[in-house]
Ligand binder design. Structure first.
Ligand SMILES: NC(=O)c1ccc[n+]([C@@H]2O[C@H](COP(=O)([O-])OP(=O)(O)OC[C@H]3O[C@@H](n4cnc5c(N)ncnc54)[C@H](OP(=O)(O)O)[C@@H]3O)[C@@H](O)[C@H]2O)c1
Length: 319
């Protein structure tokens, strides 16, 4: 099968097309013929080894010291089930599925085996493979963090980085849960964020942006470019600070009173969440924002674009 591999950390050009053996599903695995995958920030970071200095050693140990241990990136995918292992009961040949492959990666290939109890589900019937592939990582993260914040009808929620992948889903999900939602993005993305349902949209590039902030029950930080002190000042009593990129609390966070924090790191996508998201998409409550679509051969270009940090929603790759 064709796959995009990388054998050393580095710029987008380390990604190369290669021929690998087609995997064979084990007893409880399904073999997916991948039709679409994405370039997430995780793919970009791991490929370039753009990791915070304090995590350099643990990350190197986990990912490979001299070079990547797993050579196929791709954190999410959509495709059809080509065959199933002898003891699979949840899926059958021909099912159209979407899945997170964030644990172990492997979406940048024509085929991928996934355990039937893993983060895989029947994809929304009204979406293309490209759209479905762009759901698992961003939308599960938004859903999971909003749940950790115990979101409820009437909450005031601010989403900082509203045009990012996670941000576009957080805006829509917060609205679905009945919150009053403010999105923060640059001027170029105001119409886009409003079209996702945000009640108010603030432009972080405008002078006096901080003065426009009100008090929020949930401060959802999708892009970690707003100081904690500012969020703290604009959080309601016992409000939630949900920073999806936070790995370790700063001293100011450790001593902050009347603030609740979400757990750091990746919550890990689950099949139940994918099922829930599929139902929301099919019912028209959730849209998938595809910024750019690339061919498998053009994945280097796709990585270059994601590296600019300016993508709106998701970047997908047809396999
Ligand atoms: N915890 C988890 O499980 C988890 C899961 C997924 C992602 N993440 C992390 O979450 C972060 C976001 O990922 P993503 O894929 O959603 O991001 P992304 O789509 O790559 O974000 C790009 C967007 O960020 C906006 N942006 C850039 N600078 C900004 C600023 N100063 N203020 C506000 N917005 C700004 C850009 O809009 P403009 O061009 O208009 O500024 C652009 O639309 C990444 O660090 C990723 O590693 C964590």
């Amino acid at each position: 099968m064709k796959a995009i591999i990388y054998t050393k950390y580095g710029p987008p050009e380390v990604l190369k097309m290669a021929e690998l053996a087609k995997p064979v599903p084990k007893d409880k695995e399904v073999l997916v013929r991948v039709r679409a995958t994405t370039v997430t920030v995780a793919d970009y970071r791991i490929r370039s080894f753009d990791i915070p200095k304090s995590f350099y050693i643990p990350a190197r140990l986990a990912l490979g010291i001299t070079g990547p241990r797993r050579q196929v990136l791709g954190a999410e995918l959509a495709g059809e089930v080509e065959s199933v292992g002898g003891n699979v009961t949840k899926f059958k040949t021909g099912d159209r599925v979407f899945a997170s492959t964030l644990v172990g990666f492997g979406g940048y290939a024509e085929y991928k085996c996934i355990h039937e109890k893993g983060p895989i589900a029947i994809m929304p019937g009204n979406l293309s493979y490209e759209e479905a592939a762009a759901i698992p990582v961003g939308a599960c993260t938004a859903l999971n963090y909003l749940r950790q914040c115990e979101i409820k009808r009437g909450d005031k929620v601010l989403v900082y980085g509203a045009s990012s992948s996670v941000g576009t889903y957080a805006i829509q999900l917060a609205k679905y849960f009945g919150a009053e939602v403010t999105g923060v993005c640059s001027g170029a993305n105001i119409d886009l964020v409003r079209s996702l349902g945000a009640d108010k949209v603030l432009d972080y590039t405008k002078p006096g942006f901080y003065d426009q902030l009100e008090k929020y029950d949930i401060f959802f930080v999708a892009i970690d470019k707003i100081p904690f002190a500012v969020c703290r000042e604009h959080l309601a009593e016992n409000g939630f600070y949900a920073n999806i990129t936070l790995i370790m609390k700063s001293p100011a966070m450790m001593f902050a009173s009347n603030v609740r924090f979400t757990k750091g790191g990746s919550p890990g996508e689950k099949a139940e969440e994918l099922n829930e998201l599929r139902d929301l998409v099919e019912a028209g409550h959730l849209k998938v924002l595809v910024d750019r679509k690339y061919k498998f051969d053009d994945i280097v270009e796709a990585h270059r674009y994601v590296g600019t940090g300016r993508k709106k929603g998701n970047v997908v790759v047809t396999v």
